[in-house]
Write a protein of this length. Structure first.
Length: 318
């Protein structure tokens, strides 16, 4: 786990944000190469990538704030910081890194001042893929309409470029310690660090401490499924399949995107069964699983609507 990947001129760069940008650059490069190969404008692809990045980050952050279970924390951080609990010890709470207020009665840390814009600090993490996908799709639609670029051709590019970006983003999740899995004893299970005098415990460690699975959050977590790696590998596989198998054999524009949505929604649904981080949900399903079901339905509709229609021979059947 390495929440801050590196520091430059005294400015720390969060791992998740760096990997997110890296994924964006690789996805854009793949899109530009595709555009040149099929005779489309590479400049439009670059503009499209920037539009999707901005609208995608906005959608991703908004979905995270609304549906990941922390909405009221952000509200209270603005209106009543004393209602927000940070699970830190007294020394860490009052350290320069947090500058919190220690509540000796309840033995918890509170923010020392209000912050009405903490919800917008996307560079610190707290992004959801499906929110980003919806936001990026909306941004792409309007830009492509402005530039008169074929929407469904661009959708096919997105079908292999997006999972390529996801693969990098999930590595960022691993380094940030979020999106962790359930306890397991598999040979490839991973552990997350406990609290130190300078850093808070990893989310997995803190959650296991609260659940009394470990003595306290000063200890490392129990081994858990590396769900971030599972999704990264799944995304790479989907990107390769979409580009090398589906794209050369597609029967209609948009089929590559349909393949991506179907495969990713299925893989994500299964991986969600192994995740244990707080992310909201309804009826026993996580928010991502519910959206995934909707994505599968949308994929089926697009496939039916856009598939070439088979014409029967004149004179009926024999």
């Amino acid at each position: 786990m390495r929440p801050e990947l590196f520091s430059l001129f005294g400015v720390g760069f969060p791992s998740y944000f760096v990997l997110l940008v890296t994924g964006f650059l690789f996805a854009t490069a793949a899109g530009v190469l595709w555009a040149r190969r099929v005779g489309q404008s590479a400049d439009v692809v670059v503009d499209l990538s920037l539009a999707m990045l901005l609208s995608g980050v906005a959608g991703s952050r908004i979905f995270s704030v609304l549906f990941d279970g922390y909405l009221m924390d952000f509200v209270h951080l603005c209106t009543d910081p004393a209602s927000v609990d940070w699970r830190l010890d007294e020394a860490t709470c009052e350290s320069p890194a947090h500058e919190g207020h220690w509540d000796a009665v309840r033995a918890v840390c509170h923010p020392s001042h209000s912050d009405c814009f903490a919800w917008a600090e996307f560079w610190n993490g707290g992004l959801t893929f499906y929110g980003g996908f919806i936001g990026a799709t909306i941004g792409a639609y309007f830009l492509l309409k402005r530039d008169k670029f074929p929407f469904w051709k661009a959708a096919d590019m997105a079908g292999f470029a997006i999972p390529l970006g996801i693969a990098f983003g999930r590595v960022g999740c691993l380094l940030a310690g979020c999106c962790y899995g359930a306890v397991c004893d598999l040979p490839w299970a991973i552990t997350f660090p406990g609290r130190t005098s300078n850093h808070a415990a990893a989310p997995a460690t803190e959650a296991q401490s609260k659940a009394h699975l470990i003595a306290d959050d000063w200890h490392s977590s129990l081994p858990v499924h590396p769900t971030q790696i599972y999704e990264s590998l799944a995304a790479l596989g989907i990107a390769a399949f979409a580009y090398y198998v589906v794209h050369p054999q597609k029967r209609y524009d948009g089929q590559v995107l349909v393949a991506f949505m179907t495969l990713y929604a299925t893989a994500r649904f299964l991986i969600e069964l192994l995740r244990r981080d707080d992310r909201g949900g309804l009826g026993g399903l996580s928010t991502s699983q519910l959206i995934g079901v909707g994505l599968l339905v949308a994929s089926a509709i697009v496939h039916v609507v856009r598939s070439p229609k088979v014409s029967l021979p004149v004179g009926g059947t024999t």
